[in-house]
Design a protein around this ligand. Structure first.
Ligand SMILES: [Zn+2]
Length: 392
């Protein structure tokens, strides 16, 4: 068991202040601190604080003891990547393929000889990328298609003349097929029609609307500041907008369009980098590939937030995939015991906690994390505040 030294990613959309305010991680160069990566991913591998060894090397040297034979046999690597994510400006709307499509796509693009570093490459690895988000500050996002009747109602309210035909077709066929056709035609609009449509959308910003229409209009206007002329300005009328309060969580399923808009959160995902984009981006959008990877199914807004199962003071989030599990542990003044079944990463969210194994006790402050190899088998924790626990 050892403390981790983690890499910070300075992506342009990141907040310059949130991570340093929450966790006291200094930012002397005033760069955006977008993400802290905890895990063994080659794009930003954590290190053992004590000797600077790479976590990936530590795992590679002794896989069955460090990961346990279950993880070694099923995944062959640490199956998850754990992040702190601090978004100041909206990230692209994206969809992640399911595992089967990821495998096929990865092989196909290898055969086509498209380099991994090529900007048109869609499949960077053969894995799916389900994600969990646990908000640390108020957190805005979009997740999944709105109920179809809501989409129709929103478009009726903003009444964009250029899309009259598309909306009317959706009304005639308010099901998965109709939704696919609607989404496809919106994404495929010619440049001329798109710019006409966006002009009409901007005019619609000034209509006296209320409730969810107002909310969608405000999101669209906020996107326009960074993504003028982008088809993603329509997205808040098509996708659910979600605002998580600190301590609330949601799950992002494969084949479900989503976007992170603003706020700081913990994010856990399967170890993958497969992203298909659908707007709010200057990057490449491959529409046929995107459509092929989208499930045209609405998500009920009331089911977007996850309900944890509370067990002995531990909040366990019901994750529908086997790549990772996520709990929030509440430390108390006395020692609580935790048995483990895989390698774990623990992250201290607030206050101060002491995590102990047979031979060691490590004190953690907010923003600090430790790696617990499988062979540790059991640890105890005490103190104040919350620990986020990731395992598989
Ligand atoms: Zn995503």
């Amino acid at each position: 068991m050892f403390k981790l030294k983690n890499q910070i990613q300075n992506y342009a959309w990141g907040s310059k202040t949130s991570i340093s305010e929450l966790f006291g991680i200094e930012n002397p160069t005033n760069e955006p601190q977008a993400e802290i990566w905890m895990g063994a991913h080659s794009g930003g591998c954590s290190r053992n604080v004590e000797n600077d060894d790479l976590l990936s090397d530590i795992i590679e040297l002794n896989k069955s003891d460090v990961l346990g034979s279950y993880t070694e046999n099923c995944f062959g690597e640490l199956p998850y990547l754990f992040k702190v994510l601090a978004a100041h400006t909206p990230l692209s709307i994206q969809v992640h393929p399911n595992r089967w499509k990821a495998q096929l796509g990865f092989v196909r693009e290898n055969e086509q000889g498209i380099e991994l570093s090529d900007p048109i490459r869609n499949y960077k690895d053969p894995n799916h990328k389900p994600e969990l988000v646990y908000a640390l500050t108020p957190y805005k996002a979009m997740n999944g298609f709105r109920p179809i009747e809501q989409i129709i109602c929103l478009f009726d309210e903003i009444a964009i003349d250029e899309l009259k035909e598309e909306v009317s077709l959706l009304r005639q066929e308010p099901n998965s097929t109709g939704l696919e056709r609607f989404f496809n035609s919106v994404m495929m609009l010619s440049e001329k029609r798109k710019s006409k449509m966006l002009t009409q959308l901007e005019e619609a910003y000034h209509k006296p609307v209320t409730g969810i229409v107002r909310e969608a209009v405000e999101y669209s206007q906020a996107f326009k500041v960074y993504y003028k002329g982008d088809i993603g300005l329509l997205s808040p009328f098509i996708f659910n907008v979600v605002e998580l309060a600190p301590g609330e969580a949601m799950f992002l399923f494969a084949e479900t369009p989503h976007a992170y808009i603003q706020g700081t959160a913990l994010e856990v995902m399967a170890s993958s980098d497969n992203v298909l984009r659908a707007g709010l981006t200057q990057k490449h959008i491959d529409i046929p590939e995107l459509i092929d990877n989208v499930m045209f199914k609405s998500m009920a807004p009331e089911n977007l937030k996850m309900q944890p199962i509370i067990k002995e003071g531990r909040y366990e989030y019901p994750i529908p995939v086997d790549d990772f599990g996520f709990d929030i542990l509440y430390a108390e003044e006395y020692n609580k015991e935790q048995y483990i079944r895989s390698a774990e990463i623990l992250f201290c969210i607030d206050d101060s906690v002491v995590v102990s194994s047979l031979d060691k006790a490590i004190e953690l402050s907010p923003g600090e994390s430790i790696f617990v190899p499988y062979y540790t088998r059991k640890y105890t924790y005490r103190g104040k505040g919350r620990i986020a626990r990731v395992y598989n």
